[in-house]
Write a protein that binds this ligand. Structure first.
Ligand code: AMP
Ligand code: MN
Ligand code: MN
Ligand code: MN
Length: 289
């Protein structure tokens, strides 16, 4: 059976391909019963998504995925059940979004140096009105221009550390991101830890610091984890007394590691982040399973 909860997804407000309401309708069609929208550094899609969820009759969770710099690495922290009205969260996200424009200009300069002109305008042409600019938008432009065959190979050759379109950037600190989420009444979730390519020592340090700063949960099941990573991260979550989350990290048709409604269930060792949520009361099948 697949997980009825999908607590990580993206819309056109960040780098997803479906508008918030369309994303929710797609989730419902695929059998998701509770969805969180977690756009990168932006909460602008939550109201439309919540409205669509009411219309199609699925549960909806306000979320966000905050970009963080920790020990000179980029990490992502998902906030679940955040209040979009909380001023420090809103202001923090504005700061990150503003800085994305500066970084985008730096990326475009790097690409111009290897002879790729017009990438700033080209990337912005893929951004929805009011949406954030991300490396995914540069990737779409570069594929469109024939510089690589697909988005995955664009990242590998142009957009990761050491490549011409990579621009070193300072995101929020881990402490800030967790503070904004907790302050807004939300639950901080460490996103896809298996993807950061940390050695064992750094991983343990990260889990420890995340917990100390007020982190509460870790994504164990995610489209970004290989099947081998899941039991490993599940054990770490258990060891550090962190709850477990599950999310597809869906970005749209053809732009995702895993389709919605296909997430495996959490391993039995995990305590789901939703164990005490009211949404559980609408899940009698799951409770009985
Ligand atoms: P940014 O926050 O602007 O650095 O963009 C990060 C986003 O780029 C991630 O959320 C993914 O959606 C996408 N991304 C990162 N690495 C890859 C990759 N190797 N292949 C495809 N998409 C990627
Ligand atoms: Mn993304
Ligand atoms: Mn992420
Ligand atoms: Mn994501």
């Amino acid at each position: 059976m697949s997980s009825p909860f999908d607590l990580h997804s993206h819309s056109t407000v960040s780098d997803g391909l479906l508008a918030p309401a369309d994303l929710v309708r797609h989730a419902a069609d695929m059998g998701v019963q509770v969805l969180a929208l977690t756009d990168h550094d932006d909460i602008g899609g939550l109201a439309a998504a919540a409205q669509a969820a009411r219309e199609v009759g699925i549960g909806f969770v306000n979320g966000v995925e905050i970009s963080v710099t920790w020990n000179r690495r980029t990490l992502h922290v998902v906030g679940l059940k955040i209040s979009p009205e909380h001023a420090p969260l809103r202001e923090g996200l504005v700061r990150i979004r503003d800085s994305r424009h500066v970084r985008a200009a730096g990326m475009a300069d790097g690409l111009a140096r290897i002879g790729i002109a017009g990438s700033l305008e080209g990337a912005y042409a893929h951004v929805s009105e009011g949406g954030i600019i991300s490396r995914s938008h540069f990737a779409r432009f570069l594929v469109e221009q024939g510089h690589a065959k697909d988005v995955r190979s664009v990242f590998k050759h142009f957009l990761v550390k050491g490549k011409p379109g990579y621009f070193e950037h300072q995101w929020a600190s881990l402490e800030e991101a967790i503070g904004w989420i907790v302050g807004s009444g939300g639950i901080p979730v460490l996103a896809h830890p298996g993807r950061y390519d940390l050695g064992r020592t750094n991983m343990l340090t990260l889990f420890h610091e995340f917990r100390e700063l007020g982190g509460r949960a870790v994504e164990v099941v995610t489209g970004s984890h290989t099947p081998e990573m899941v039991p490993h991260i599940a054990r770490l979550a258990h060891q550090f007394d962190l709850l477990a989350s599950a999310g597809s990290d869906y970005h749209g048709p053809g732009h995702t590691y895993i389709e919605m409604g296909r997430l495996p269930e959490l391993p039995p060792i995990c305590t789901p982040v939703w164990h005490d949520w009211p949404e559980m009361q609408n899940q009698p099948k799951v409770l009985a399973a």
